[in-house]
Design a protein around this ligand. Structure first.
Ligand code: PEP
Ligand code: MN
Length: 347
């Protein structure tokens, strides 16, 4: 159920609706928009009798939700969500660049990469502190030592720190010194982790599971939002197919497909999406051209020595070149994208 308030409805009128929702034991999710506020309702198992809301002052419309999702949809918020992180945004006019090594390996490695990506204009520094590895014998990340290095980088470079939480206790730590909680492909349906991230004040970068449909991915985002955290960024990182020329098949069609359904920002990860450094820049260009709000790119100061994902890491100079190219594409495509959004609305 979705309650749309009249444009110009008073704050007290919205509060009164919120009150009724709480009194009947359900959870209201008010989403103020450019022209009107809509209130999503969660917590009900079956259908709700929406007629009780129809005559409340300020209510324009009560809409029964027939789709599987309630909070990620454009019905609830017709404008795109802009996630604000410190001095940066994701989903606004700027192209969000999130760059850094696959894993934090040492103080020197992390500082060298952070310095390089910052020089090329990244506002976000990514780096795995806890690594989800297929093999138990592979490098698992430095853990808390790595987290200390991340927090030093945050201070030294004033970069926003993005790191993956593998379990709920990692969320506690990221909340103390981090900026964005990453939930990786392997944990996209770790429901207790999604719920924990949903109770955080920090934005959540939710990667697509390696065999997840769009609907499953969006429902994972619903888990986070249903707990009250509306700052979710979706990250397309490829899905497993029969191809052998790439690590994953980067499904760039998911970007416009999500745009049709959801107000959430979407970024593209061409590193895990291809698995090979030589393909990262071409797919990054394509990601921006299809309308991604940002990119997440793995960079290493010595890719040949990387402890994880060596084959897909760009050198700092390759990364600098990529940034120049994608910014140029973004400048051209943003006005086109805005125009086609307008046309879709008119039609
Ligand atoms: C990562 O970004 O470090 C990562 C492990 O990616 P994914 O979850 O997409 O495999
Ligand atoms: Mn990686």
């Amino acid at each position: 159920m979705l309650i749309v308030m009249k444009p110009g409805a008073a704050a007290q009128e919205t509060d009164a609706v919120v009150n009724v929702i709480q009194k009947i034991g359900l959870r209201p999710h008010p989403m103020p928009g450019a022209t009107r506020t809509a209130i999503g309702i969660t917590g009900n198992q079956g259908s709700i009798d929406g007629r009780r809301f129809e005559n409340l002052p300020g209510v324009a419309e009560v809409i029964r939700v027939t789709k599987p999702y309630k909070l990620i949809t454009l019905d609830l918020r017709p404008e795109k969500t802009v996630v604000r992180v410190g001095n940066a945004t994701i989903g606004g006019n700027e192209l969000a660049m999130i760059a850094g090594p696959c894993a934090i390996e040492s103080h020197d490695q992390a500082f060298a990469v952070a310095e390089a990506v910052q020089k090329s204009g990244a506002r976000f520094f990514r780096g795995g502190v806890w690594k989800p590895r297929t093999s138990p014998y592979a490098f698992q990340g430095l853990g808390e030592k790595g987290w200390e290095i991340m927090t030093e980088i945050r201070k030294a470079f004033r970069l926003n720190i993005v790191t993956e939480a593998l379990e709920e206790s990692h969320v506690d730590l990221i909340e103390q010194y981090g900026d964005v909680i990453q939930i990786g492909a392997r944990n996209m349906q770790n429901f207790s982790l999604l719920r924990r991230a949903g109770r955080s004040q920090l934005p959540v970068l939710l990667k697509r599971g390696m065999a997840a449909t769009l609907e499953e991915w969006l429902l994972a985002a619903e888990y986070i939002m249903a707990e009250g955290n509306y700052n979710v960024i979706l990250c397309e990182r490829g899905v497993r197919t029969f191809t052998q020329h790439t690590r994953n098949t980067l499904d760039l069609a998911s970007v416009p497909a999500i745009r049709r359904i959801s107000h959430l920002p979407v970024i593209v990860d061409p590193s895990h999406g291809t698995g090979s450094a030589y393909m990262v820049t071409p797919l990054a260009r394509a990601g921006v051209a299809v309308g991604a709000d940002g990119l997440m790119v793995e960079v290493h100061n010595h890719p040949e020595l990387a402890l994880s994902d060596a084959a897909q890491a760009l050198t700092p100079s390759q990364y600098a070149q990529l940034v120049g190219e994608v910014r140029a594409i973004h400048e051209v495509t943003t006005p086109i994208a805005n125009e086609s959004r307008l046309e879709t609305k008119v039609a």
